[in-house]
Design a protein around this ligand. Structure first.
Ligand SMILES: Cc1ncc(COP(=O)(O)O)c(C=O)c1O
Length: 406
């Protein structure tokens, strides 16, 4: 382990600070390190591995397609792209899909689409369109995207930033209404803020945002890169409120934990602003990614993983909330996207996830104070119970722990 980590430290950029563990194998919800020790994956690569490690159907789709045809570029049609796009639209209720690779690229696609829609359809004067985003947002790491982050570390020292973005408080529909101007093209929002620490907005927030956007001719674009495809207990997190957006961003789990596959989806007249040559990606929509993306959507539906996430998430949330510990200040979440807020005066979230690692549970700190739990949606109830026992053991290292009465 030491050699591997030292080699990475020697030759790699230091833009990550991984936990000190070298993983060598994964199966379902479990991972193994180079000493053979087993861990429960309670992070799922930030939801990219929602369907578990090495899902047989996904590995089969990947290997069969890799052997047949992988990449052609979009200069030609492939027989795999159209069934993938059709299924993606059917599953999400959107009209059209534009495939990309990473989440950030799909967000960039959404931004370009919203701006062109503003100029061509809404008739906003050229180069004055504005997109509203939220405080605490996380939409990726491109230079445009970090420019509208409220997190100084993500933003500062990477300027000059592109203009045309303004932040409003998350969870406050009145603030959104007050910020809209005739030049507002779109409101870009995460249904639950993942990176910000699993922040769930008040009930009715997204419904109200959708109403405001509709009334004011502003596109509602939801970024479900992390929350989408079953994670929160519905296929999309916006389904909790029956919201129909104008644009939708998906990524992570769409690649079945095997490949980067993302997409921007939109209503017909919104996506219609793109003409040949306006936008593209050499790898976006490649046959290999499309085959895996289609298989991922089939797994999501066949295994009823959204329902499973709802049931398992409710169970995990209830069991975590039943633990009383002096270092835990809040437990919150939706489906299998759960954050445990820790008292920073007593322990840093980083130190706590290192303690969890020792106990065999892999998770990740976010924003210094939150440990996030997002296991693969295929996780067994018994595995979650095992994890809760380990989390309790870890908490016990920082003070007395007892079970609250039901
Ligand atoms: C909501 C959201 N949008 C976009 C992204 C960026 O995705 P990627 O890292 O694939 O570029 C992330 C990644 O964590 C995310 O959580």
């Amino acid at each position: 382990m030491g050699d591997t980590i030292a080699l990475e430290r020697r030759y790699g950029a230091t833009n990550y600070a991984p936990l000190p563990i070298v993983l060598t194998r994964g199966e379902g919800a479990w991972l193994w390190d180079d000493t053979g020790k087993r861990y429960l994956d309670m992070l799922s690569a930030y939801s990219a591995v929602s369907f578990g490690h090495g899902h047989p159907k996904l590995v089969k789709a990947l290997s069969e397609q890799a052997a047949r045809l992988a990449v052609t570029s979009r200069a030609f049609h492939s027989d795999k792209l159209s069934p993938f796009l059709a299924k993606l639209c059917e599953v999400t209720g959107m009209d059209r899909a534009l495939p990309m690779n990473t989440g950030a690229e799909a967000v960039e696609t959404a931004i370009k689409c919203a701006r062109k829609w503003a100029y061509v359809v809404k008739k906003v004067p050229r180069d004055t369109a504005e997109i509203l985003v939220c405080d605490g947002n996380f939409h990726g790491r491109t230079t445009t995207i970090v420019g509208f982050s409220s997190e100084p570390q993500y933003r500062d020292d990477f300027g000059p930033h592109s203009g045309g973005f303004r932040r409003v408080p998350f969870g406050d529909a009145k603030a959104l209404a007050a910020a809209i101007t005739p030049n507002t093209a779109a409101f870009l929002v995460e249904p639950v803020q993942g990176e910000a620490g699993i922040v769930v907005p008040p009930a009715g927030y997204l419904t109200e945002c959708a109403r405001i956007c509709r009334d004011r001719n502003v596109l509602l674009i939801v970024d479900e890169v992390q929350t989408g495809l079953g994670r929160t207990g519905r296929i999309l997190a916006i389904h909790h409120e029956g919201v129909k957006p104008d644009g939708l961003v998906l990524g992570k789990a769409l690649g079945g934990g095997l490949l980067p596959v993302s997409a921007f989806l939109a209503r017909d007249e919104v996506m219609g602003v793109f003409k040949p040559g306006d936008h593209g990606s050499t790898f976006g929509g490649n046959a290999l990614g499309a085959a895996v993306g289609l298989a991922s959507l089939e797994v999501l539906l066949e295994e009823r993983l959204a329902e499973r996430a709802a049931a398992m998430g409710a169970h995990l949330l209830q069991r975590l909330r039943a633990i009383s510990s002096p270092i835990v200040t809040d437990v919150r979440g939706q489906g299998l996207l759960i954050g445990v807020e820790l008292d920073p005066r007593k322990v840093s979230a980083r130190r706590f996830v290192e303690t969890l690692l020792k106990h065999g549970v892999l998770s990740k700190d976010t924003h210094g104070t939150v440990a996030r739990f997002a296991p693969p949606l295929i996780v067994e109830r018994a595995d979650l119970d095992w994890a809760v026992d380990r989390i309790r053991d870890a908490l016990r290292e920082y003070g007395p722990v007892y079970e609250k009465a039901a």
